[in-house]
Design a protein around this ligand. Structure first.
Ligand code: ADQ
Length: 750
């Protein structure tokens, strides 16, 4: 229907135009051309008859004889079928000779009339006649004028024929034009639709191609793209909020959005460590936020986790390819272990990563140490990890999730060898401002390494912004803060905020007894009265966690509120960490000394205000402490996120307990119902502890409920899922671009 209208309308319009404009125009033109032809013909005839006619006019004879001879002469000339009549006007303007056909309207011109350039057209009952007056001259003297009258009926006949043919011709052209209009309209409509669809689908690469094919779309493309991006973002956030985020959602993304594509995780720390104790091999999970976060992802996608084999029995546990399937009880994925020498581990892990990058990125007033030898080890180990990634990859375009500051050079190394891989790097610690980062002697190399990533993630927007500022300062890169992308060396890296979280509900919560039972059990374990109010700190023993400041706040609380002496204790669970580094040994010593001093000052008779447990705990054990504590104090001096804060909230299904949280954690940006403090401000922190210990149950419940729903909604599956969804979107775009390119090459090659 649409197509037939597109055909009929242009056809009707064209035929109308022929009838009302083309035919009269053609009529007029052909008449003009024929009149001009007749003028020329007349002149030819005049020239041809001039001499014999002059002879006739001037011969000495009687008038009657001359009349007969002229009549005969005229009759001979009139044998030409187009000539209709002839006449002769003498010099005085009197008609002297004429054929009987000469119409009365063909009169002689006055003797002094200027010569005629063209003939006149006369209409009489016979039709149209062409009349022209042609001078007959003898030796420069005009004898008179020869009237030559042409019959124009043949012109009308021809004109009618011409009109007919022209009408047919134009009708045929109209039909072709109408047909072409239909085809072109259909094609360009489809093209336009395809262009708009490409824009709407958010396919920037396809848009670029269509943009070159359809330059008319370019002016609106940018606006449309911005609109589409907004709509897409809105749709994504809408969709995201609709998803019930759990292992099934991740599996669905991996299956549907990523079509079961290969996933590799690369991190320094392995999720399971095999240790030899006495004569047995023990398997333990390290106290690491990173492992806590990524283990559920790996379980969901059954991929490969590449990590440093650091356990004393790790080599015994692997197969001939250095692989081991985990978790031990229900194997769901595999670890590929990377072996390092003692010197490499020392230089790469303890040296450059933890004495260099860690203090560089955390504002905790510990000076970073940069040694050239450590840097060399760091480069060597990053290359070795890259080799293993390439070795483990079964496809040319795996999704590689690179974890943390130990592997800053890896993204570029992998990109060079697997250019089609989607590399998502997540930086778990803060990113400093350019001034702070600028002291790193190999700052450009680290930045270049990270910019090998397809996507680079941080916990907070501040860290993303600091990264943009740093790249802007030290590299010749194009930083686009509107699209959150950095272009460097012809490649693009999207820099995004992905606040990490925890599994919800946490697996370690599943077998927990009720809160009251946990309270009693924990108090019994520390040899305390069941009514003792309990504060809790859970950390790796690290100077960034603010453990000293935390103890000082407890001390200050006991000073200003002595009623808590004997009635309140603070349990610090501190997992030993990086203990071969001097700074950490010194820190542990300072923590122990401060705890002892406070205990000496306020303790006695079995009561200890600070209960310090420097040891690793099983996750279930940690959760039992969370459930038993009245207050949990997270006092980090600087922390990317801090998962302890979220774990405490998740553990409190009784909606009781108070979280005191440092403003310098990423978590403080999300858990605003916590009591937010500056841990350097001991007075304020002590006041917050006091407030927590005296907070009415209703207020505790309201705050806890709100934080729990946030952690539930924004759990670790959502953190990983958002990255995977973004990776899927990016891969889809690249596929469209590649197939468009292939199509183009195909056309060019033909
Ligand atoms: P971490 O600095 O390790 O993580 P955090 O986020 O608090 O810090 O995670 C620590 C994890 O270890 C928690 O799951 C906690 O339960 C566990 N843990 C701590 N002490 C323990 C102990 N004694 N025994 C057993 N388990 C213990 C880094 C960054 C953080 C970021 C995470 C995740 O420094 O800012 O939140 O990565 O990205």
């Amino acid at each position: 229907m649409r197509i037939s209208l597109r055909f009929v309308i242009p056809l009707a319009v064209t035929l109308g135009a022929i009838a009302y404009m083309v035919v009269p125009l053609v009529d007029n033109l052909t008449l003009k051309w024929f009149v001009r032809d007749l003028d020329i013909r007349t002149k030819l005839i005049t020239t041809a008859v001039q001499d014999p006619f002059v002879e006739l006019l001037t011969e000495r004879t009687r008038d009657k004889v001359r009349l007969q001879r002229v009549q005969a002469f005229f009759n001979r000339i009139l044998q030409d079928e187009r000539l209709f009549a002839l006449g002769f006007c003498d010099a005085a303007g009197t008609l002297v000779y004429k054929t009987p056909t000469l119409p009365a309207e063909s009169t002689c011109r006055p003797p002094d009339a200027p010569p005629e350039e063209t003939g006149r057209v006369l209409e009489n009952q016979r039709g149209s006649l062409h009349v022209s007056s042609n001078p007959i001259v003898l030796e420069g003297k005009q004898l008179g004028e020869l009237l030559i009258v042409h019959d124009m009926s043949f012109i009308e006949r021809r004109s009618a024929d011409t009109k007919k043919y022209i009408f047919y011709l134009f009708a045929a052209i109209a039909a072709v034009v109408a047909l072409l209009t239909v085809v072109i309209a259909e094609l360009s409509w489809r093209g336009l639709l395809a262009g708009v669809k490409a824009l709407i689908s958010g396919d920037r690469d396809a848009q670029a191609l269509d943009g070159t094919r359809m330059p008319e779309l370019r002016p609106i493309a940018r606006d449309l793209q911005a609109l589409v991006r907004d709509l897409e973002a809105e749709r994504r956030s809408h969709d995201e909020s609709q998803i019930g985020w759990g292992p099934d959602a991740l599996r669905r993304i991996l299956r549907e959005d990523l079509k079961g594509d290969e996933v590799l995780i690369v991190s320094n720390r392995e999720p399971y460590i095999h240790e030899r104790r006495d004569n047995a091999v023990e398997i333990r999970q390290p106290a690491s936020g990173l492992v806590t976060a990524l283990e559920p992802v790996m379980r969901a996608c059954s991929g490969t986790w590449i990590a440093h084999g650091s356990g004393s029995a790790d080599r015994e546990a692997v197969d001939e390819n250095d692989r081991v399937r985990v978790p031990p009880e229900h194997p769901a994925y595999r670890i590929r272990r990377v072996w390092l020498t003692k010197a490499e581990e020392q230089g790469y892990y303890y040296g450059f990563s933890n004495e260099g990058l860690w203090p560089l990125c955390h504002i905790a007033h510990v000076r970073p140490t940069f040694r050239a030898a450590d840097w060399e080890h760091y480069r060597t180990v990053n290359r070795r990890f890259a080799d293993v990634v390439v070795d483990e990859a079964r496809t040319p375009d795996p999704i590689v999730l690179v974890q943390d500051y130990h592997l800053a050079l890896l993204p570029r190394l992998v990109r060079q060898r697997l250019p089609r891989a989607t590399i998502i790097t997540f930086w778990h610690i803060p990113w400093p401002n350019p001034e702070a980062f600028g002291i790193l002697p190999w700052r450009e190399a680290v930045l270049e390494g990270l910019l090998g990533s397809s996507i680079l993630g941080f916990h907070t927007q501040i860290h993303c912004n600091n990264f943009f500022d740093t790249v802007d300062r030290f590299l010749e890169a194009r930083v686009n803060r509107e699209t959150f992308a950095i272009s460097y060396g012809g490649e693009s890296t999207e820099v995004r905020r992905y606040p990490i979280s925890i599994e919800y509900p946490p697996a370690a919560l599943a077998a927990q007894p009720p809160v009251d039972a946990c309270r009693n059990r924990i108090r019994a374990r520390i040899g305390a009265d069941p009514d003792l109010r309990l504060g809790l700190g859970v950390d790796r023993l690290d100077y960034t966690k603010g453990i000293l400041e935390r103890f000082m706040a407890v001390e200050r609380l006991l000073e200003i509120e002595p009623r808590w002496v004997g009635k309140f204790s603070f349990v610090q669970i501190a997992a030993p960490s990086r203990s071969s580094i001097d700074e950490y040994q010194g820190f542990e010593a300072r923590v122990r000394a401060l705890a002892q001093r406070i205990n000496r000052r306020f303790g006695g008779g079995g009561y200890q205000p600070i209960i310090l447990k420097v040891e690793h705990h099983d996750a279930r054990e940690v959760y039992a402490y969370y459930r038993a504590a009245d207050v949990c104090y997270v006092s980090s001096l600087h922390d990317g996120m801090n998962l302890v804060a979220k774990e405490y909230v998740a553990a409190r299904d009784d909606e009781r307990g108070v979280l005191v949280l440092s403003q310098f954690t990423g978590a403080a940006r999300e858990l605003s119902e916590a009591l937010i403090v500056n841990p350097y401000d001991i007075e304020q922190s002590a006041a917050a502890l006091q407030l927590a210990l005296t907070m009415p149950a209703e207020e505790q419940r309201a705050r806890m409920r709100s934080m729990r729903s946030l952690v539930q909604e924004f759990n670790v599956y959502r953190w990983a899922g958002r990255m995977l969804i973004d990776a899927a979107r990016m891969r889809h775009r690249h596929r469209v671009l590649s197939s468009a390119r292939a199509g183009r090459l195909h056309v060019i090659n033909r």
